[in-house]
Design a binder for this molecule. Sequence first.
Ligand code: FMN
Length: 221
Amino acid sequence: MDIRTAIKERKSVRKFLDKPVDKRTIEELLEVAKWAPSGANCQPWRVDVVMGKKKDEITRAILEAKEKGITEEPEMDYYPETWKNPYKERRFKCGLALYSAIGIKRGDVEARKEAWFRNYKFFDAPVGLFFSMPKCLGTGYLVDMGIFIQTVALAALDFGLSTCIQASLAEYPNTVKRILDIPDTFSLICGMSLGYEDKNAPINSFRTQRVSIEDFVNWHQ
Ligand SMILES: Cc1cc2nc3c(=O)[nH]c(=O)nc-3n(C[C@H](O)[C@H](O)[C@H](O)COP(=O)(O)O)c2cc1C
């Protein structure tokens, strides 16, 4: 797949086929993604790949915590306390398109919760990836993490695989780090579901839009 097509065709997939991805394919994918650039070539990323029982253990632990109303402090400050425009409006539109695709009405809090909780089940994907970075590096290295994560998402397409990058999978860093033996010298940045897209699933049928380049580019000469 050429790079232009990959960038435009990548989308977040939120329902995967019950079809395993073999370990060799994941290794090959990460062998490609590791060529992502990073400041001073520090390659700050740590990736934890979860499948099978370990993946189920994480799902169970997060859902149990949610049911008990237990929360943890995420290690990456991501969502603002108050949303301002244009971000507020864009977020609203994105949620509306997502929930409309699966026939959930605006006020249906229970159905929305159920749909959101599918995040913690990795949207039925056979593989989950967790991305962490060393705490000893500056926050600027979050840029490198983002570049690496997008590289994984793009390279996945070339293996016929789809992804969903998920901040939601980093809501319980202590739990995830304990289960996966990730040292506390690392911060959990986000997770990713990886697998084969269920092309018949309504949730995968919508595409998000983008603003025109005039809205974010400033020319100077
Ligand atoms: C850092 C990051 C965190 C995200 N977290 C979630 C998440 O927790 N759950 C989810 O369903 N989508 C999540 N997304 C997916 C975004 O909603 C999606 O990328 C955006 O709406 C654009 O749609 P597209 O990926 O289909 O192009 C996340 C994306 C990024 C880049």
